[in-house]
Design a binder for this molecule. Structure first.
Ligand SMILES: C[S@@+](CC[C@H](N)C(=O)[O-])C[C@H]1O[C@@H](n2cnc3c(N)ncnc32)[C@H](O)[C@@H]1O
Length: 263
């Protein structure tokens, strides 16, 4: 059973804004205070709500996404900001030459919230992101580790059991795919879920990639209860118990979201 924010774009936009203001921006500001005149990029911006609090602080913001419909919505929801030249939304690929030419060495902060788990060849992608940073710039990542109860994003399924059962995304594809088909999921949804299975990212792999790209972890927070669950399920966000964060691999199963700033 899909949640309201999967079908109601304005609900999703409002949740993005509030979550950004209450959790993402305070986290980033622990290592990089946001000030007037900074340049901020969000890759995978969706409806653009994450950027709004940054524009309100006087940063010039760019939101880029591969989904044209969501960029259209972002332009609608933040029309005033776009008209005033405070935010630009682009339906572009960050590998495209015009994007690279315009934005190399341009950004103080780059954000990827709930995006890196959708991206193939993450090592190449993160290395490419670095080229858009100014010296001293930082990148924020927030993502659900693959082995967490709903790390397969199966909550987007339309059928009740398929969206409510935890951990079955970990099953081998030859079992997982028929299960999704049996649940009557749309082929588009099945394709998307299998793509996430292909790109699966764990805490350990993420940290390895970041280090390999020559970046340092400046700040991290692991959550037992993802801040976004406040809006989705009315749950109180909760950071992970420290001893669990110390147990490699096992911690992935009980950690619904991680935040990192690297630079
Ligand atoms: C789960 S949504 C997150 C939206 C928003 N950041 C938020 O936190 O609500 C993931 C978004 O990333 C976009 N995306 C996935 N891969 C991308 C890529 N390589 N470049 C740009 N956008 C991408 C998708 O189109 C989608 O809009």
């Amino acid at each position: 059973m899909a949640l309201k924010q999967h079908t109601d774009h304005k609900v999703r936009f409002d949740q993005q804004v509030d979550n950004s203001l209450s959790y993402v921006m305070p986290f980033i500001e622990q290592t990089k205070p946001i000030t007037k005149g900074m340049n901020v990029l969000e890759v995978g911006t969706g409806e653009g709500g994450v950027l709004k609090p940054f524009a309100d602080k006087g940063a010039f913001c760019v939101g880029v996404d591969l989904n044209e419909d969501r960029i259209v919505l972002a332009n609608e929801f933040l029309e005033e900001y776009v008209t005033a030249g405070k935010i630009e939304f682009l339906f572009e690929n960050i590998y495209d030459a015009p994007f690279v030419k315009r934005f190399t060495g341009f950004f103080d902060v780059i954000m990827l919230k709930d995006v890196i788990e959708h991206v193939p060849e993450q090592e190449k992608f993160i290395a490419h992101l670095i080229t858009f940073l100014k010296p001293g710039g930082q990148i924020f990542f927030g993502f659900p580790p693959w082995y967490m109860p709903f790390g397969g994003h199966q909550q987007v399924c339309r059928t009740k059991w398929a969206s409510k059962i935890p951990y079955y995304h970990i099953l081998p594809t030859f079992i997982y795919k028929p299960l999704l088909k049996m649940a009557g999921e749309h082929p588009f949804v099945i394709r998307e879920l299998l793509e996430i299975k292909d790109t699966q990212i764990t805490i350990e792999r993420f940290e390895r990639i970041v280090k390999k790209c020559g970046l340092k972890i400046l700040k991290k927070e692991h959550y037992l209860i993802n801040p976004i669950y406040k809006y989705k399920f009315g749950l109180k966000p909760r950071v992970q118990f420290a001893p669990i964060t110390w147990i490699p691999f096992f911690r992935n199963f009980l950690t619904t979201c991680v935040y990192y700033t690297v630079g």
